[in-house]
Ligand binder design. Sequence first.
Ligand SMILES: [Zn+2]
Ligand SMILES: [Zn+2]
Length: 126
Amino acid sequence: MAKLAVKIGSLLFCPDCGTLLNLPQDGESEVLCEQCGHEEPASSYENIEIITHSHPDAFPSPLRQKRKTQTKVHDANEAMLKVTEQCSKCGHMEAYTHEAQLRSADEGSTIFYTCVKCKFGWRVNN
Ligand SMILES: [Zn+2]
Ligand SMILES: [Zn+2]
């Protein structure tokens, strides 16, 4: 069974290498990781679509305002920690880090890094 992207706020990261995935283009059924070729089904983006531009008329405006500020930027920034870590691709010294949730403790934990500058991703197993 294929692994699915790691979601941090409204951003999706490749489960294999941690690279920040692009949004699917219109009509595309999957998004290809530029780095390792992982195929992420476009359906993974459905929740994000719903949160960011869902039926605006379904909510009264104060609530709509609230939903708007809560999603995208805010959540993503809170969930992503910026650390000093050198990107092996462009040499930039800042990377976002996030730890993957693995099902069993036996698998240990995997920390993903994503370069702030070029979005190159890599992972470190503990
Ligand atoms: Zn990848
Ligand atoms: Zn980089």
